[in-house]
Design a protein around this ligand. Structure first.
Ligand SMILES: [Mg+2]
Ligand SMILES: [Zn+2]
Length: 187
């Protein structure tokens, strides 16, 4: 079977897990209610799961890239073993334009709201952006998705008036509600 060419691009903190601020260990990683089931539903609906996350904590020296890779590994293993759900890709931006240390202090093209991580994932994983969706808890997530040309954009958490001009953006209370929203729209 050909792998599906559409993705669910998921921000991590505040979408999949509680945003405690610079979460860098599996022990500190706390799933939001229903997040794992929603990821499973999206996978079963034919979306490849791709996590797209600003991780300036690396640039700030709070944790290392290896710490993040270890956490990513735990998350992927958990989703596969407990929910039979693969996470296809993890993309992160370690930079910050003013607060990072050394070479990671740069105005990069990957830190959201820039679309760099999404475009890289689309190229590497051969994804159709117009068929894909994105879920984020910040306006910068939605703007990155818009700039990349992602078909549907879901803002979770607080409603933002900045979304008003973005035609394909919609608010949902949480990631757990996204699968049902997809069903209702296509009926
Ligand atoms: Mg977030
Ligand atoms: Zn970056």
């Amino acid at each position: 079977m050909d792998s599906p060419r559409k993705a669910a691009f998921l921000d991590r903190d505040g979408v999949i897990n509680v945003d405690h601020g610079y979460v860098s260990t599996w022990e500190a990683f706390e799933f939001l209610p229903g997040a794992e089931r929603a990821m499973q539903s999206l996978h079963r609906a034919g979306y490849q799961l791709v996590i797209i996350s600003n991780q300036s904590g690396i640039g700030r020296g709070f944790y290392t890239e290896d710490d993040l890779l270890a956490l990513n590994g735990c998350l992927a293993t958990h989703m596969q073993s407990e929910f039979d759900t693969p996470v296809t890709g993890f993309y992160h931006c370690p930079h910050h334009p003013t607060e990072a240390i050394g070479p990671l202090r740069t105005a990069c093209d990957c830190r959201k709201p820039a679309p760099g991580m999404i475009l890289q994932a689309a190229q590497e994983l051969d994804l159709l952006l117009t068929e894909s969706l994105l879920v984020g808890d910040k306006t910068s997530d939605i703007l990155a998705g818009e700039a990349a040309g992602v078909g549907r954009l879901f803002k979770v958490g607080e409603l933002s008036s900045e979304l008003e001009g973005i035609e394909n953006a919609e608010w949902v209370p949480a990631l757990s509600e996204v699968p049902a929203r997809l069903m209702s729209r296509t009926d």
